[in-house]
Design a protein around this ligand. Structure first.
Ligand code: SAH
Length: 244
């Protein structure tokens, strides 16, 4: 169980979201990792509308049903669209600043960590968009993740998520795949963000290939299906309770 949250002075992404919401612009949101070159998240993309979302995200919104939980909702871009379509939506995030912005946008947003066992409402759809399953951090935490999923899913509920298989980073030109098995699962990444003078803590972020996802879902007694493939090793999966 983990009920930690992020306070404003340690929250680069939340600051960027709050600035953009208040003024329509933001400074550079920098992303650092020991595994990649420095990158940047264009802050306006965190406020993307349905038309500007990748196809995989549009697909997840289109097949969302009933009462929806938007996990790690950020600025609330998916929640806003789902509410427009008449869904009842609850958005959770560990960023105080992001939750404040979402409340101002008219979303029922709560400062809740997904792994907090005391949050146990039921949802017809649990949505984890933009590699939302990244919050699991390490493969070894997947069993705990699926226990939380089972607590939150209504009997006929579905978990929708998109993720990417990072194997392309390790593929040789002849198609062979070289990973250091002793180094742990190849989709486990560390990130750190910076915005203006605000530096966040380093955090673990998981990119998960479909087969590993399906294996752990099945171990947890859940059914997993691949709904859609993206253009670059990315996919949408749907996870449900087993139909008897
Ligand atoms: N889904 C949004 C935001 C993605 S960024 C979008 O697609 O634009 C990931 C978000 O997850 C951040 O806002 C971060 O604060 C939140 N987050 C990270 N760990 C979390 C956890 N354990 N529980 C809930 N939210 C979490």
């Amino acid at each position: 169980m983990d009920n930690s949250t992020i306070i404003p002075k340690k929250d680069p992404m939340g600051r960027a979201i709050a600035d953009y919401f208040a003024t329509g612009k933001a400074a550079k949101l920098r992303v650092l990792s020991s595994m990649f070159y420095e990158d940047e998240i264009p802050v306006d993309t965190l406020f993307r509308s349905y038309e500007n979302m990748p196809r995989l995200e549009q697909c997840m919104l289109d097949i969302s049903k009933g009462r929806v939980l938007d996990v790690g909702a950020g600025s609330g871009c998916h929640s806003v669209e789902l509410q427009k379509r008449g869904h009842e939506v609850v958005a959770i995030d560990i960023s105080e600043l992001s939750v404040q912005v979402m409340k101002e946008r008219g979303i029922d947003a709560r400062l809740v960590n997904f792994f907090d066992g005391t949050f146990c409402e039921k949802f017809d759809t649990v949505l984890m968009a933009m590699n939302g399953i990244g919050i699991v951090g390490k493969v070894e935490r997947l069993p705990q993740f699926f226990r939380c999923v089972k607590r939150l899913l209504a009997p006929d509920g579905q978990l929708l998520l998109d993720s990417s298989d990072l194997r392309y980073l390790f593929e040789e030109e002849d198609g062979s795949f070289v990973v250091d098995l002793a180094a742990g699962y190849y989709g486990e990444v560390d990130f750190e963000m910076r915005y203006k003078g605000v530096k966040g803590a380093t955090f673990d972020w998981l990119y998960l290939d479909y087969n590993t996802l399906e294996y752990y879902a099945n171990e947890a007694g859940l059914e997993c299906s691949r709904i859609m493939d993206g253009e670059h090793y990315d996919y949408v999966a749907c996870i449900k309770r087993k139909s008897c």
